[in-house]
Design a protein around this ligand. Structure first.
Ligand SMILES: *Cc1c(COP(=O)(O)O)cnc(C)c1O
Length: 361
C-alpha cells in the first residue's frame, strides 16, 4: 500500500525492452541518453536497468556524470556538452568521456591529465548550438594532435531536423559530416549522429552507434514508428476531496469554470508544483475507473479539480491516472504536450521531485 499523494510508476523492464528493440533495429552500438534524470524516469535505476544493453551512457553535464559514478556505474559515460575549463579535473577524477567542442577546454584538460583521456569531438554540421564547425574541423584536429594526453575515440554530430517530415536538411548535415570524416577519421573512432528521431527514420544516420534518449522511455519523437515501443511511465494521483456545487457556482482561482447544473466534483492531489502543467486548466483529462473525466477550473500549485459523472462512486484516496493506461483507456505524454503547446520531452522532464518514483522490474 502506498499513501503518496502523487507518484510515477516506472517500468524498468519496458525501458530495457525498448533499448533492446532500438539496438536490434539499428544493428549498431547503443549510447543510452540518460540526461535530465533519465528524462524524469530517475537516472540511477534506469542506468542500472540498461547496463546489459547499452554500450555507453550519455549525460548532459559533468555533475550528472559524477553522480552516476558515485552511484557505482562504471560503464563509459559521455558528457554531451563541453564543460567549463575549471571542470576539467572532474573529467579526469571520475573517468568521464568529455565532448570537445572548443580549444580552451581541450588545452586545459590536456594540462591537468596525468594519463591519456579519451574524448569525443562534436562536429557542428548545422545545428549551430555547440561543437567545432565542420569547415574548421580538419584544422582543429591538426592542432589537437599537439595535445599528447588527449586521444580522440569518437566523432559525433547532432541533427537539427530529424523529427521533421522534410528530411532535406538532415541529408545536408550528414553529407557535411561524412565529407569531414573522410579527412579526419582514421577508422578507429566511434562515429555517431542519430538521436531517437534519426534512429527511427534515417538509417543513413546510424554510423557506428545511435544516441537514443526519448525512445528508450517508449515515447516516439515523430510520426515514424518502425518498431513497437512501450511507454515506461505511468503518472498517478489520488482523490483528496469530493464535493457538490449548484448551477452557476464556480471552481478554483478566478472561478473560470461555472457549473451549468448541479455538479459533483473532486479534488486531485496534484498541481503545477508537481509539474502537472497549469496550461491543462480547463482542457486536460484524467482517468477514473478506466474512463475520462475533465479538469475544470484552474490547476493550482498543489491540487486540481475534476468534474464527476452522477454515477461515479469515488472516495478519498482513490487512484486517478494522469499519464498512462487504466482499463481500456490511455492518456499519453503526447496528449499532454499537445494540449499545452509543448513537446513530450518537456512534459517528462518537468515532472517534479514531489512525485515519488516507484520502480517495477
Ligand atoms: C538529448 C540528446 C540526444 C537524445 O535525443 P533524443 O531525441 O531524446 O533521442 C542525442 N544527442 C544529443 C547531443 C543530445 O543532446
Amino acid at each position: 500500500m502506498n499513501y503518496d499523494r502523487t507518484y510515477a510508476e516506472i517500468d524498468l523492464g519496458a525501458i530495457r525492452r525498448n533499448a533492446e528493440a532500438i539496438k536490434a533495429y539499428a544493428g549498431k552500438r547503443l549510447i543510452a541518453v540518460v540526461k535530465a534524470d533519465a528524462y524524469g524516469h530517475s537516472v540511477v535505476p534506469v542506468t542500472e536497468a540498461l547496463r546489459s544493453v547499452a554500450d555507453m551512457f550519455a549525460v548532459a553535464t559533468i555533475e550528472e556524470g559524477v553522480s552516476l559514478r558515485q552511484a557505482g556505474i562504471h560503464e563509459p559515460i559521455l558528457v554531451l556538452f563541453s564543460a567549463f575549463p575549471e571542470q576539467a579535473a572532474h573529467i579526469v577524477e571520475y573517468r568521464l568521456t568529455p565532448t570537445i567542442g572548443d580549444w580552451e577546454f581541450a588545452n586545459k584538460l590536456n594540462k591537468i591529465a596525468a594519463s591519456t583521456v579519451a574524448v569525443h569531438i562534436n562536429i557542428n554540421t548545422g545545428m549551430n548550438r555547440s561543437g567545432v564547425r565542420w569547415t574548421e574541423a580538419a584544422q582543429f584536429l591538426t592542432r589537437l594532435k599537439t595535445l599528447d594526453r588527449l586521444e580522440v575515440s569518437g566523432f559525433f554530430t547532432h541533427l537539427a531536423t530529424a523529427d521533421e517530415v522534410d528530411k532535406r536538411y538532415v541529408f545536408v548535415q550528414l553529407e557535411r559530416f561524412s565529407s569531414v570524416l573522410e579527412k579526419i577519421s582514421n577508422g578507429s573512432e566511434l562515429i555517431h549522429a542519430a538521436n531517437s528521431a534519426a534512429v527511427l527514420a534515417v538509417p543513413g544516420a546510424h554510423f557506428d552507434a545511435v544516441r537514443s534518449g526519448l525512445s528508450l522511455y517508449g515515447v516516439y519523437p515523430a510520426s515514424e514508428k518502425p518498431i513497437e515501443l512501450e511507454p515506461a511511465l505511468t503518472w498517478k494521483t489520488r482523490i483528496g476531496w469530493v464535493g457538490s456545487i449548484s448551477e452557476a457556482e464556480g471552481v478554483s482561482y478566478g472561478l473560470t469554470y461555472k457549473a451549468s447544473r448541479q455538479t459533483r466534483i473532486a479534488m486531485l492531489q496534484v498541481g503545477y508544483g508537481d509539474g502537472y502543467p497549469r496550461a491543462l486548466s480547463g482542457v486536460g483529462e484524467v482517468l477514473i475507473d478506466g474512463t475520462r473525466r475533465p479538469i475544470i477550473g484552474r490547476i493550482c500549485m498543489d491540487v486540481s479539480v475534476i468534474e464527476l459523472q452522477p454515477k461515479d462512486n469515488v472516495s478519498i484516496g482513490d487512484e486517478v491516472v494522469l499519464i498512462g493506461k487504466q482499463g481500456d483507456a490511455a492518456i499519453t505524454v503526447d496528449e499532454l504536450a499537445h494540449h499545452t503547446g509543448t513537446i513530450s520531452y518537456e512534459i517528462l522532464t518537468q515532472i517534479g521531485t514531489r512525485v515519488k518514483r516507484i520502480f517495477n522490474y
